[in-house]
Design a protein around this ligand. Structure first.
Ligand SMILES: NC(=O)C1=CN([C@@H]2O[C@H](COP(=O)(O)OP(=O)(O)OC[C@H]3O[C@@H](n4cnc5c(N)ncnc54)[C@H](O)[C@@H]3O)[C@@H](O)[C@H]2O)C=CC1
Ligand SMILES: CC(=O)[C@H](N)C(=O)O
Length: 343
C-alpha cells in the first residue's frame, strides 16, 4: 500500500508498505480523507513538538476516515462497505485514568502521528473497531475526518459548560477556533466573538457567522468585549491560538464568575497570568486536552446539519502531492488542507 513517510524534516518519501491484516477486534479501513493538522505541519517542519520527538521515519496524519474493507473475527456492528471516522487515540483501557472514564488522559495512549505511532497518510489502516465510528449516508468521509478537530472544539465547549444564550469569545481563528465556534453555536451560544491577528482569518470567521471579530493588532480586546457585552464580559473564553498575549488577555475578556478554557498550546510552558484577577473575579480556568466521547456527538451534529466542517477546507491534494500540500499548509493564510484518496 502506498504510504507517505516523513523521512527527515520537510522530506516526505512515498513508499510501498505491506497492507496490514486486522487483529480480532480491528477493522481494516481503506483511507479516503485525511486532514492536515497544525501538529502534522509542526512535525514536518521541526521534527518535534515539546517532548514528542520524531524518530524517523514517521507516518503523519490523524484526522482520518474511510471505508471498512475487512473486519476481525470478534468485530460486531461494522462490516465491509461501512464508512467510518477513526478516533485517533486508543487508550490502554486499564490505567486509573481510563477506569475513571478519562480515557483521553491515558498516559499510554496510542495516538496516530504522535511519535512513535504512525498515522493515516497511507492507503490502509487497521484500527480497533470501537474507535471506528460509522458514518450515516449524509455525512461524507471528509466530514468524518474533520470529526477530529471538531471534537477538540466540542470538548472545549463542554469544559467551558457553554450553554444557551452564552456569549463566547473564541481567541484564534485557525481550524480549532473555527470549529470551537461551530461547537459553541451548536451548544446554544447566541453571541460569538472571534479574535485573531490576521485579517483574512477574521473575515473568514465573519463569513462563517461570527457576530463580532476583533483584530487585536488594531483594537484592544478587553475594550471590544466590554462594548459588546455592556461591560459584563464573555461568559466563556475559548483560547485557541496558543499566543502568549492572547492567553494573558483571557482573564480580562471573561466576565466575573465566567470560564476560561485553554486549548491553544503556548510555545513556552510558562505564561505570566494574572492570578489575583482569577481569584478576585472567581474565574474558572480549565485546560482542555484533546477529547473524550465526542465522536458520536460530532457525527450527530453533522448528520443534523447543525455544524459545518467542510467549509473550512481550503485545499485538497492527492497523496502523491503531499509535499506540495504541506508547503501550502505552511502559508499564513492557509486554513485546512485535506489529502484525498481515490475510492
Ligand atoms: N489542547 C488540545 O487538545 C489541542 C490543542 N491544539 C492547539 O490549538 C491551537 C490552535 O490550533 P490550530 O487552529 O490548528 O492553529 P492555527 O495556528 O491554525 O491557528 C491559530 C490562530 O491564532 C491566531 N493568533 C495568533 N496570535 C493571536 C493572538 N494574539 N490573538 C488571537 N489570535 C491569534 C493565528 O493568526 C491563527 O489564525 C494550537 O496552539 C494547537 O497546537 C490543537 C489541537 C488539540
Ligand atoms: C496538539 C495537536 O494538535 C494534536 N491534534 C494532538 O492532539 O496531539
Amino acid at each position: 500500500m502506498r504510504t507517505a513517510v516523513l523521512a527527515e524534516p520537510t522530506q516526505f518519501e512515498l513508499e510501498e508498505r505491506p497492507r496490514p491484516s486486522p487483529g480480532p477486534d480491528d477493522v481494516l479501513v481503506a483511507i479516503r480523507d485525511v486532514g492536515i493538522c497544525g501538529s502534522d505541519v509542526h512535525y514536518y517542519e521541526h521534527g518535534r513538538i515539546g517532548d514528542y520527538v520524531v524518530d524517523y521515519p514517521l507516518v503523519l496524519g490523524h484526522e482520518s476516515a474511510g471505508e471498512v474493507v475487512d473486519v476481525g473475527e470478534e468485530v460486531t456492528g461494522l462490516e465491509p462497505g461501512d464508512r467510518v471516522a477513526l478516533e485517533p487515540g486508543v487508550p490502554c483501557r486499564r490505567c486509573a485514568h481510563c477506569k475513571r472514564g478519562d480515557y483521553h488522559l491515558c498516559e499510554d495512549v496510542r495516538f496516530m502521528a504522535t511519535p512513535p505511532h504512525d498515522g493515516a497518510f497511507t492507503e490502509y489502516v487497521s484500527w480497533p473497531a470501537d474507535f471506528a465510528y460509522q458514518l450515516p449516508e449524509n455525512v461524507s468521509t471528509a466530514e468524518g475526518a474533520l470529526c477530529e478537530p471538531l471534537s477538540v472544539g466540542i470538548h472545549a465547549c463542554r469544559r467551558g459548560d457553554v450553554g444557551t444564550g452564552d456569549t463566547v469569545l473564541v481567541a484564534g481563528a485557525g481550524p480549532i477556533g473555527l470549529l470551537a465556534m461551530e461547537a459553541a453555536r451548536a451548544a446554544g451560544a447566541t453571541d460569538i466573538v472571534v479574535s485573531d491577528v490576521v485579517e483574512e482569518k477574521l473575515d473568514f470567521a465573519a463569513e462563517r457567522g461570527a457576530d463580532l471579530t476583533v483584530d487585536v493588532t488594531e483594537t484592544d480586546l478587553e475594550t471590544a468585549i466590554d462594548e459588546y457585552t455592556d461591560g459584563v464580559g464573555a461568559d466563556v473564553v475559548v483560547e485557541a491560538s496558543g499566543a502568549d498575549p492572547s492567553i494573558q488577555s483571557t482573564v480580562d475578556a471573561v466576565r466575573r464568575g465566567g470560564t476560561v478554557v485553554l486549548v491553544g498550546l503556548a510555545d513556552e510552558a510558562t505564561v505570566p497570568f494574572d492570578v489575583l484577577e482569577v481569584i478576585d473575579n472567581e474565574i474558572d480556568v480549565h485546560g482542555s486536552f484533546r477529547y473524550k466521547n465526542t465522536y458520536d456527538a460530532a457525527i450527530d451534529l453533522l448528520a443534523d446539519d447543525a455544524v459545518d466542517v467542510e467549509g473550512i477546507v481550503d485545499f485538497e491534494s492527492p497523496l502523491d502531492d503531499i509535499e506540495a500540500a504541506f508547503q501550502r499548509a505552511m502559508e499564513p493564510a492557509a486554513i485546512k488542507g485535506m489529502i484525498t484518496f481515490d475510492p
